[in-house]
Design a protein around this ligand. Structure first.
Ligand SMILES: Cc1ncc(COP(=O)(O)O)c(C=O)c1O
Length: 374
């Protein structure tokens, strides 16, 4: 597999740059802030926690709480992982064989294409910049081959922030059902849409061959817990994924399971807080880009906490991002990070994040640099 470009870039810059203006997660919190949201019993369970191995599937009470975030899930429909990433890895390894074909949206979070590409033939279908980064379901239909086994989507999307219209989502599910294709849906940004009316159903709720991926990392802002999960009603696939996990993380971190349970019980509060922060930050970011109409095209995306503005200034967008971070400490994701082996991706767009609390400092440094270099 080729290097995971985004992660290798972050290995260099994520903790070195002064202003992380491209984070893909919501503002996090401390253990004590999270524990303050716990009831007496959960607090005590955390304090007295025994640090032994845990159940490979995930703690039963955690799976039960996760199941409540779906319309139609039983605790048994949930398998927990070490973050979303392990879930993507295992699902692809279990679902795909060398003679299969998979379809993936582009641009994407690189694991979504690199992992299937390491196993079988893969086609990209583009999200259309001219149509609000939406997905043309006719293009998906045209990409289907007799051996297509899996379609992989991610809405709200990283990096575009697009959310598929409900009618197209329904059409995609119907298309998968018609052909018996597995639909892998990365839903890690679900819950922080711009408006609640944009929120899509979870694929595992509406499709018997659907796999819904979610995690504590993004909308909940708790990536350090490394707790993710897949919900699917297919017992055989769940069981194969569980057996694959024996070769990777084996089981989840016991303290993380307790803390995730506390966070999920307080999910309404946490998500409401995060949506307020996101709306405030989106306003600030919109005002910032409006100060430089000759340099940027920007519109707030439908969901998630990242967006994909266009850079219209002099020089390449990769050079612009590189110079910006080395001279001002403001970190953005340059376009080469989203290079795809399947389809061309824009060379004039960068990823910006707006889910963190300290956006003012980053925007000030960004503004000062632009004025100095204007
Ligand atoms: C769309 C998407 N899926 C999955 C992941 C991986 O999440 P985690 O860090 O929880 O493994 C990310 C992280 O950036 C992401 O953006």
């Amino acid at each position: 597999m080729r290097d995971f470009t985004l992660e290798t870039f972050f290995s260099k810059w994520e903790f070195a740059a002064r202003y992380h203006m491209t984070a893909s997660d919501m503002q996090s919190m401390s253990v004590s802030e999270l524990l303050a949201l716990a009831d007496q019993d959960d607090r005590e369970a955390f304090d007295k926690l025994h640090l032994g191995y845990t159940e490979t599937w995930g703690a039963p009470d955690l799976r039960a709480e996760i199941a409540k975030t779906y319309d139609r899930a039983e605790p048994d429909d949930i398998l927990c992982f070490a973050g979303a990433e392990e879930g993507i890895y295992i699902a692809m390894k279990v679902l795909l064989e060398p003679d299969d074909h998979a379809i993936v949206v582009v641009p994407n979070y690189q694991a979504a294409e690199t992992l299937p590409l390491s196993i079988c033939a893969v086609s990209g279908v583009p999200l259309d910049a001219g149509d609000n980064w939406s997905l043309d379901i006719a293009a998906v239909r045209a990409a289907i081959r007799p051996n297509t086994r899996l379609i992989s989507i991610n809405f709200p999307n990283n990096p575009t922030g697009a959310v598929l219209e409900r009618s197209r989502f329904d059409a995609l599910v119907a298309l998968c059902r018609e052909h018996g294709i597995w639909l892998f849906s990365d839903e890690v940004y679900r819950g922080v849409e711009r408006e609640e009316s944009l929120r899509l159903p979870q694929v595992g709720d509406v499709y018997e061959r659907g796999l819904s991926l979610n995690v504590m990392s993004k909308a909940y802002g708790l990536p350090g817990l490394r707790i993710g999960w897949i919900m699917t009603r297919d017992r055989e696939i769940r069981s194969r994924m569980e057996r694959y996990k024996h070769y990777l993380s084996i089981c989840n971190s016991a303290p993380s399971e307790r803390l995730s349970l506390i966070a999920l019980k307080a999910r309404d509060k946490i998500l409401a807080r995060n949506r307020v922060l996101l709306a405030e930050n989106a306003l600030k970011l919109g005002n910032f880009f409006a100060e430089f109409p000759d340099l940027f095209d920007w519109r707030q995306p439908e969901g998630g906490c990242v967006g994909y503005p266009r850079y219209k200034g002099p020089g390449s967008t990769d050079d612009f991002c590189e110079k910006l971070v080395s001279e001002s400490g403001v970190l953005l994701l340059p376009p080469h990070i989203y290079h795809s082996e399947l389809l061309p991706t824009p060379s004039d767009r960068f990823r910006v994040g707006f889910g963190r609390a300290n956006i003012d400092e980053g925007l000030s440094a960004f503004r000062a640099w632009l004025r100095r270099n204007g």
